[in-house]
Design a protein around this ligand. Structure first.
Ligand SMILES: [Zn+2]
Length: 130
């Protein structure tokens, strides 16, 4: 497995708040990533560096249960980011080396496909749900 450090909720929140201060335009935000998306072609992945993970324990399969509050769905732009729930519980956190924004990333694996997905880490969406 990866040797990425596990990020706790306060750390995640601090990164999201730092990210929120950034207003520079960048290739990582030509497509809105406020909700989950397949990694867009416009995004230069070489600019993203993984800095941590939300995976609690690499030996236990994380739950597929999702956490939603007010009628949001998986791909809603206002869907909560709850680190203990799907798909956040299997995400890595990546930092854009150009603009310093932070992103959540994971790989959605189906029977015949692998889809790499990305969402901007937004502080207002973070919920420390147990
Ligand atoms: Zn960027």
């Amino acid at each position: 497995m990866s040797g990425l450090p596990k990020l706790d909720f306060p750390t995640l929140l601090a990164l999201a708040q730092e990210s929120a201060q950034i207003t520079t335009e960048c290739t990582c935000c030509t497509v809105s990533l406020e909700s989950w998306n397949s990694v867009p072609l416009s995004l230069i992945e070489g600019n993203l560096q993984e800095i941590g993970t939300l995976l609690e324990d690499p030996f236990i399969d994380p739950t597929f249960a999702e956490f939603h509050s007010s009628g949001t769905r998986y791909d809603s732009p206002d869907a909560p980011i709850a680190p203990r729930y799907y798909p956040y519980n299997r995400c890595n956190i990546a930092k854009c080396q150009v603009c310093s924004r932070y992103f959540l990333r994971y790989t959605e694996a189906g029977g015949y496909f692998v889809d790499r997905r990305i969402r901007l880490l937004i502080s207002e969406r973070l919920i420390d749900a147990a």
